[in-house]
Design a protein around this ligand. Structure first.
Ligand code: NAP
Length: 337
């Protein structure tokens, strides 16, 4: 295939380019060249998708398939107008943030209600309008495309550092502060598995809307498998939402966060999507162990990004948690490795 990636200079787009190249496809990545570099073997064409004629450098090139990772409706509309009629297959990487309902458990891509899209005149998304803007992007693409609604993407080269916190933290061993309860749901996808599936979808001309994420699991299972893979000895102190919020320990990502934590019940359904349609259409996933080992190795050798509590902030939180507990009948749940 002659594959065009609109993006390809970081994380998922770059992993798609690397995998497609390894599979022997002819790979072109089109971006500004600000976010990073394309993988070895891929061709780079400089474009600026915010310019009205920004895709002109691609006008005389032929492609069989396109993968677009944009989050901006204006960029997506211009790409569709310039290229979609000329290629056999179109992939748009969307997100599970398009869904309106994060509470209901076990939803599927074909039936779950979506957010309202951003208004037609909106060109760019912001952090606040991200999900709505992705709905507008999906609508701009129309029928006859593969819409891949990615969940949490993790693994080597993750620029967000949020999953990376956990292999780094578990590797240090000892008493680990963990959010919520052992059975809380988690759901993620290794960037290399998602990349592989996206290339497979282009090869097989797969169309339709799918969630691009692995099966739902529990936080205790994730921690246990990662700690085992890293040969770490950890105990886990599970702390509840009230404690986390009253000690300014934040959700999901960023400074002072316990990464990947989302409060319940608001997000009770978020990590429980039914992804059997994706599996039936060729998505395969590696183990948490493999992802943890490779992420840690990359973070160490490349100085990869990591976010979340510092060691001192975690120690202070653990101390405060233990000080707040009654002496007998302690409510920490601990799991030993
Ligand atoms: N990370 C997650 O957990 C997660 C979860 C769900 C969904 N997703 C979705 O997955 C996708 C991730 O994509 P990604 O990892 O490849 O990273 P990304 O950070 O979304 O990459 C954006 C790409 O577009 C290029 N770009 C940005 N502005 C441009 C412009 N004006 N003109 C031309 N190119 C431009 C960037 O390169 P230059 O800056 O060099 O131009 C870069 O290659 C996104 O669609 C995101 O919404 C991610």
């Amino acid at each position: 295939m002659r594959l065009l990636i609109l993006g390809g200079t970081r994380f998922l787009g770059r992993a798609v380019a690397a995998h497609a190249n390894a599979m022997g496809h002819d790979v072109t990545c089109a971006a500004r060249g600000l976010a990073g570099t394309v993988p070895h073997g891929a061709r780079f064409i400089r474009v600026d998708r915010d310019e009205p004629e920004g895709l002109a450098p691609l006008a005389d090139k032929e492609f069989d398939a396109v993968v677009d990772v944009s989050r901006h409706p204006g960029q997506v509309r211009r790409a569709v107008a310039a290229l979609k009629h000329r290629v056999a297959h179109w992939t748009f990487v969307s997100t599970v943030s398009v869904y309106a309902d994060n509470r209901t458990i076990g939803q599927r891509a074909d039936a779950a209600p979506l957010r309202e899209p951003t208004a037609p005149e909106i060109e760019h998304s912001t952090e606040e309008t991200y999900g709505a803007a992705k709905v507008a992007c999906e609508q701009a693409i129309g029928e006859n495309a593969f819409i891949c609604r990615a969940g949490l993407i993790v693994g080597p080269e993750d620029p967000t550092g949020r999953f990376t916190y956990w292999p780094m933290r578990l590797d240090r061993g000892g008493e680990v502060l963990v959010p919520g309860a052992p059975d809380d749901a988690v759901q993620l996808i290794d960037v290399r598995d998602l990349a592989q599936w996206i290339v497979h979808a282009a090869q097989t001309r797969l169309t339709g809307c799918f969630d691009g994420i692995g099966p739902s699991s529990t936080r205790s299972q994730l921690l246990a498998e990662c700690a085992d893979a890293l040969g770490s000895s950890c105990t886990y102190t599970w702390v509840d939402r009230t404690f986390l919020e009253s000690h300014d320990i934040r959700r999901w990502s960023g400074p002072r966060s316990l990464p990947l934590w989302l409060p319940l019940p608001e997000f009770a359904g978020f990590n429980t999507r039914d992804t059997s349609p994706a599996r039936d259409s060729g998505l395969t996933v590696r183990t948490f162990s493999a992802t943890a080992r490779d992420t840690l190795s990359w973070a160490r050798t490349a100085g990869g990004a990591v976010t979340g509590l510092t060691a001192d902030e975690e120690s202070a939180a653990l101390e405060a948690w233990h000080a707040s507990r009654p002496r007998s009948g302690a409510v920490t749940h601990e799991a030993q490795h």
